[in-house]
Ligand binder design. Structure first.
Ligand SMILES: C[S@@+](CC[C@H](N)C(=O)[O-])C[C@H]1O[C@@H](n2cnc3c(N)ncnc32)[C@H](O)[C@@H]1O
Length: 417
């Protein structure tokens, strides 16, 4: 049987995303695993799929301007795909229109052809119309998100954030000094570019397959280092990483500890724990021991209690992910206004249980990749109220529109006597 084309695969991914309630990454990875298309076609599929998801409202605005009567959702996916090629990828009209029309059922090809040809002809006018729309339409974000960011950060920052979320992210990696020194890394991978102000991190243009396989680096945004540096783990200490999978921070903590001491890494997701174990093995984080535990259950397993108390505890909590929307493309469509408070309840539950394992005088760092006060400052305020014997020492954040990296928040508390 002939391989499905790149465009057909992207269309199948869009349909699956709409109908199957699965994460975009999992849908596209599964489809890519089933094809034998070459790397260029694979890159094209990713560009089409994520590009349409990132720009869905704007594409629908144009579809609405081109056709007033209702369209079924499958045809709308096709038009989104065609318009994305015409308006964003600047694919020549004959290719964008012809190849997209070919994907339509025979009875609808004339309609798709007519709409896409009109779009190509009226491109300047359609772009001008779009530029006059509100931020939520221009940048394809839910209105409540735009409104809350305008309120929290101001209109300019909200605009910058929405624009940032629509740009494909660079490929950043942390050099893993458990396996290779920084200078040797630069000699071995001269294509890796330095990132100003982030010595241990580099940027790649293409996926560094060999460096990753050898454990010489780990794909990670520099903002993820904030929490680990704030934790400041020392060689020989006993550290607990509460929500550890897939292990980006655990492996960095092991590196900061020079692989000396005890590092306990927990998570509740069995599949992610497997990835965590593989990552730790590949990266040479030999001091890490992995435990399966859900911290919303108050009964801590005996094996963990036996290792406690810990000198330092890192809680990289599950969150709404609003700081990493450029990487987690479908988050903007899945998120609901009630999620921030729901996440806060979960975050507090996790912290309350885990804090019991921290020694008196021990350090505790709470972190998220959320930009929302409910999941960051308000969690800290609540903890300070509940744990009167703890003091907040410091809080740091990364804001995409201010710092140029993913969004992140980290705060450090000391558990006093
Ligand atoms: C932000 S991610 C952690 C990322 C990780 N620290 C890293 O740097 O690679 C949050 C993790 O918390 C885990 N998690 C969510 N709820 C949990 C719970 N109640 N107990 C334990 N782990 C939980 C998720 O499975 C997820 O792996």
């Amino acid at each position: 049987m002939a391989e499905p084309s790149a465009r057909l695969t992207a269309l199948a991914a869009l349909r699956a995303w709409r109908t199957e309630k699965r994460f975009a990454d999992s849908i596209i990875n599964k489809l890519l695993a089933q094809t034998e298309l070459d790397p260029r076609d694979r890159a094209f599929i990713l560009e089409l799929f994520y590009g349409v998801l990132r720009n869905a409202t704007l594409l629908d605005f144009w579809i609405g301007s081109l056709r007033q009567s209702p369209l079924d959702v499958d045809l709308r996916d096709l038009l989104r795909l065609g318009l994305y090629q015409l308006f964003f990828l600047k694919t020549p009209e004959h290719a964008a229109v012809h190849e997209t029309v070919e994907l339509a059922p025979k009875s609808r090809r004339a309609l798709i052809n007519a709409i896409l040809r009109t779009a190509a002809r009226r491109q300047d006018e359609l772009r001008l119309q779009a530029s006059k729309q509100c931020l939520a339409i221009r940048t394809s974000h839910q209105r409540f998100l735009v409104a809350r960011w305008e309120q929290n950060f101001g209109p300019d920052a909200a605009e910058a954030l929405c624009t940032w979320n629509n740009r494909p992210p660079p490929l950043y990696a942390r050099i893993n000094r458990l396996k290779i020194g920084r200078q040797d890394f630069r000699r071995a991978y001269p294509e890796a570019r330095s990132i100003s102000g982030n010595r241990g991190f580099v940027e790649f243009r293409a996926f560094p397959t060999e460096a990753l396989a050898k454990g010489h680096c780990y794909i990670q945004d520099p903002s993820t280092a904030i929490a680990c540096r704030l934790l400041d783990p020392q060689p020989g200490e006993k550290i607990l990483d509460v929500c550890a999978a897939p292990g980006g921070k655990t492996s960095y903590v092991a590196e900061l500890m020079q692989n000396r001491g005890a590092l306990v890494a927990c998570d509740r997701a069995v599949g992610r724990l497997r990835v965590l174990e593989e990552n730790l093995a590949r990266l040479g984080a030999g001091i890490a021991r992995v435990f399966h535990f859900d911290w919303t259950h108050r009964r801590i397993p005996k094996e963990l209690v036996a290792i406690a108390p810990f000198d330092r505890v890192l809680i990289d909590a599950p969150c709404s992910n609003t700081g990493v929307m450029r990487r987690r493309v479908d988050v903007r469509w899945r998120i609901r206004a009630a999620d921030f408070v729901r996440m806060q309840e979960q975050q507090l539950k996790i912290v309350r249980t885990a804090l019991g394992l921290l020694k008196t005088g021990g350090v505790f760092v709470y972190s998220t990749c959320s930009l929302e006060p409910e999941e960051n400052e308000k969690v800290m305020q609540q903890l300070l109220r509940e744990f009167a014997n703890s003091r907040q020492m410091e809080a740091r954040s990364s804001l995409p529109f201010r710092d140029g990296f993913d969004g992140a928040f980290a705060a450090k508390l000391i558990r006093a006597a």
